[in-house]
Design a protein around this ligand. Structure first.
Ligand SMILES: Cc1ncc(COP(=O)(O)O)c(C=O)c1O
Length: 421
């Protein structure tokens, strides 16, 4: 018998080929990626989940945020809703979840009945609000307009036990993924909104998001300064201050400042605001908690010069390698033939679909003698990887295995010792 895994519509890997690490006698849980490749010879993309890395990463983050501001860490479920991933984060001490759809709410409630859920999507459908409040006991909702406030009040029957968090718009910053355009109330509107929610909510908060893969710790201080001005102008006493997500991880050629620098910046920024003693500080990390904990093994189908045609692409788990131009750490895996000492060369990838846009320029650095039939492991794909897969062109099959390797790249400030002990 294999491990029992929850099924979920929001975790697309559940639609893949059956996990064949079913028997501990065949493959012990402390298996390496290379062993898994040798065992399965996978011809479809193989997602390699590192539960130990995920657990230790979460534990490091939770401890750092606790030490900095005694705050609560809300995992942003959208980033990777895979049940094995969620279980590892829970084991690492995550008890709060940033959910943004009824599907995510259902999944987390099923898996962790005692989890604290916070509905952090600023624009929700009416039925989604009703279901969240009435069926799943969600009380905290984010909003960025009077219209959304009205909707929440109507759909919860003017509930008296709401936690309402006003999402503040930030000016465009220097995050790799800018999130400034879609959501957030401008400062003047946020002042009015805060006063309005204070009249009706049991708990009132302010939130923002500095953008994803934010490499500058000072961005949090600047955002906190703006939040402080809005809170002061409103004259409202707040109960929650949510500094959002955005915490970065390493990619080839990019090593972020250590996690501690971000925590110190947040502690300084929060310290200047003179918040009431009861006010909780929240954050909503996604990428930082899960990117290092999953890698992807792909197979080379054809080589054309320095272009490799591989079996996953921008319509699969490599969407960020397309137009956003993310580069991922790469290594060749060749379990059945001698590895040579060929130097590294720069390669671009084509995905398996017939669309010419299914191209990833990289460059990805791999041995110069790589050829069709070889496998490649791509690291840091736990965030915004498998959750973005589509079934386009019929390429919707994938394998999932659990492995015990460390990540291909280390991100400074995280203690992953226990997972290799
Ligand atoms: C509301 C909200 N919170 C948190 C996150 C997670 O951000 P990150 O992965 O950059 O930490 C996102 C990402 O889109 C988001 O929209």
């Amino acid at each position: 018998m294999g491990f029992i895994r929850s099924r979920s519509a929001v975790a697309p890997l559940r639609r893949g080929v059956p996990v064949s690490f079913a028997s501990a006698a065949v493959a012990p849980r402390r298996t390496s990626v290379v062993q898994a490749v040798a065992l399965h010879r996978p011809e479809e993309p193989m997602h390699c989940i590192r539960p130990g890395v995920l657990k230790d990463t979460a534990a490091s983050f939770v401890a750092a945020f606790e030490q900095a501001v005694s705050g609560d860490v809300l995992y942003a479920v959208k980033c990777n809703p895979e049940p094995t991933v969620l279980r590892a984060l829970w084991d690492g001490g995550v008890r709060h979840f940033d959910v943004a759809s009824p599907g995510e709410i259902r999944l987390i409630r099923q898996m962790f009945p005692d989890a604290e859920l916070h509905y952090m999507h600023p624009v929700k459908g009416r039925e989604a609000i009703r279901t969240a409040y009435q069926q799943y006991g969600v009380r905290d909702f984010v909003l960025d307009s009077m219209e959304e406030l009205q909707k929440i009040l109507e759909e919860t029957g003017d509930a008296q036990d709401l936690g309402l968090v006003v999402r503040l718009a930030l000016p465009k910053g220097n995050a790799v993924y800018d999130l400034s355009g879609k959501f957030g109330a401008p400062a003047a509107d946020a002042v009015e909104l805060l006063r309005a929610v204070r009249m009706v909510a049991k708990k009132v908060g302010v939130s923002f998001h500095v953008g994803s893969q934010m490499l500058d710790p000072a961005a949090y201080e600047r955002a906190l300064e703006l939040a402080g001005r809005v809170i002061a102008d409103s004259g409202v006493v707040i109960d929650v201050l949510d500094v959002g997500g955005g915490f970065p991880v390493s990619y080839p050629g990019v090593t972020p400042p250590p996690l501690g620098d971000f925590m110190e910046a947040i502690a300084r920024g929060v310290g200047r605001l003179n918040l009431p003693a009861h006010c909780r500080v929240w954050c909503e990390p996604g990428r930082a908690l899960v990117a290092p904990g999953v890698s992807l093994v792909v197979q080379v189908i054809k080589r054309r010069g320095n272009e490799l045609f591989i079996n996953d692409g921008v319509y699969g788990a490599l969407s960020d390698a397309g137009v956003p131009g993310f580069r991922f750490p790469a290594r060749m895996i060749r379990p059945f033939a001698q590895m040579t000492d060929a130097p590294l060369d720069a390669f671009a990838f084509y995905g398996p679909t017939c669309d010419s846009a299914d191209k990833m320029n990289g460059p990805f650095h791999l041995p110069a003698d790589i050829q069709a039939g070889d496998w490649i492991e791509l690291g840091q794909l736990g965030a915004y990887g498998s959750c973005l897969r589509t079934a386009f062109n019929g390429f919707d099959q994938a394998r999932v295995v659990e492995v015990s390797d460390l990540p291909l790249l280390a991100t400074p400030g995280y203690d992953l010792k226990s997972c290799v002990a």
